[in-house]
Write a protein that binds this ligand. Structure first.
Ligand SMILES: [Zn+2]
Ligand SMILES: [Zn+2]
Length: 389
């Protein structure tokens, strides 16, 4: 089959590789119908994720048709069209039974390495390095899906592939970021990063009762998309983020702040932002922190800072004093996609959210290398690329 393989920083290639096969009785094999490149794939593309090996197949956002079934799988049949959560979960460990699917204790065979690095490991992930289990990803013609009775969600025929694809990650991720804000009617929410996750966080915040959402980014097309979703905007290259947020909230600060930036953050040129970039280039820090620092500084007393963006390693110069003095709640972590897929599918069916608006580029799997480059450089107003095998 053809698959998008990682060969090094800024080097992905579409290669012929062996087809996946049933390795465990709870597996299914999918023929991939549609897949996407995620902002977090750019972390791998940029060389910021350790534990990659040459030839690893990328991709954790995909949807497909079941073509082969392990002997223990009860809930799926050949021909079913399913969308698959990016996090792999067993469904029976302590974490899974507490509805904390992305913290599954059983699905990452390499959990010991992450335990050593970070003191803990979450679940296995598709296409996301050997630290997260070395599972082949879905940017391919076929993919093996473990624990197939637990993750995949069968799709009704009237929902299109494009409508359903983002149930795999970014729609639940944006939704959980907003849900973690514990919003009350009338709340004001600020969202750093108007990429796809930020866009879904904006719309979810309104669904959950926010009266105003303020989106912070520097890319005009993304700010326009935020405005279309009902948000006010701050271009951080033009305006001082803190001062503007205070002006917009009567000097109090937003009730909740969402850092939907993660590793892609592009600081506003301050000394601290440059410091982060130097450290990142030297592998001394794996994150850029400007957005998180601003979120903590700007959030109102007693508010919530919600962090869906990926963080790893150790955070430097995080203003813990401000967070403590203001009694902030910090909510974070990998998305428990399994928890959100069915209710969000119901929202899509009801028409209360149509996730397809984030798609800016449609390409074939064969064009993946070019698509990664376009997405990384944010050229051509690139917000989200979907690939059809
Ligand atoms: Zn993703
Ligand atoms: Zn589990």
């Amino acid at each position: 089959m053809q698959a998008v393989c990682w060969y090094g920083p800024h080097d992905v290639r579409v290669k012929s590789v062996p087809d996946p096969y049933i390795e465990d009785s709870e597996d299914v094999i999918l023929r991939v119908r549609l897949t996407a490149i995620c902002g977090s794939d750019l972390h791998i593309y940029g060389g910021f994720i350790p534990g990659m090996k040459k030839g690893d197949i990328l991709g954790h956002e995909f949807l497909g048709e079941v073509v082969e079934i392990g002997s223990a799988v009860k809930s799926l049949a050949v021909g079913d069209r399913v969308v698959v959560p990016f996090a792999i979960a067993c469904g029976r460990c302590v974490s899974c039974r507490r509805d904390l699917w992305a913290l599954c204790d059983n699905s990452n065979p390499n959990a010991g390495t992450l335990d050593t690095l970070y003191g803990a490991s979450g679940s296995g992930l598709f296409g996301y390095s050997h630290l997260y289990g070395g599972f082949s990803g879905g940017q391919a013609e076929y993919v093996r899906v473990p624990f197939a009775d637990i993750g995949p969600l069968r799709l009704p025929p009237h929902i299109t592939d494009e409508q359903a694809l983002f149930l795999s990650d970014i729609l639940p991720t944006g939704y959980m970021a907003a849900e973690n804000c514990e919003l009350r009617a009338g709340d004001v929410v600020a969202v750093w990063g108007a990429g796809p996750v930020g866009q879904f966080a904006i719309r979810s915040a309104f669904l959950l009762g926010a009266s105003r959402v303020i989106a912070i980014d520097r890319i005009a097309s993304r700010l326009d998309m935020a405005v279309a979703g009902g948000a006010e905007t701050i271009d951080f290259m033009q305006e001082d983020v803190y001062d503007t947020l205070m002006d917009l909230t009567g000097g109090r600060g937003p009730d909740a702040c969402i850092d939907a930036v993660g590793l892609e953050a592009h600081g506003s040129g301050s000394a601290l932002a440059r410091y982060d970039r130097v450290k990142q280039a030297m592998w001394m820090a794996t994150d850029r922190l400007q957005a998180l620092r601003q979120a903590i500084h700007a959030c109102r007393k007693g508010g919530v800072v919600s962090i869906p963006g990926v963080y790893g390693g150790f955070l430097d110069k995080v203003p813990m004093g401000a967070a403590f003095a203001k009694g902030l709640s910090l909510r974070m972590g990998q998305t428990h996609v399994h928890r959100y897929m069915a209710p969000l599918l119901a929202h899509i069916e009801a028409g209360s959210i149509d996730p397809t608006f984030v798609i800016s580029h449609r390409a074939t799997l064969a064009d993946a290398a070019e698509a990664y480059d376009t997405f990384l450089k944010k050229e051509d107003a690139c917000t989200k690329v979907v690939l059809r095998p």
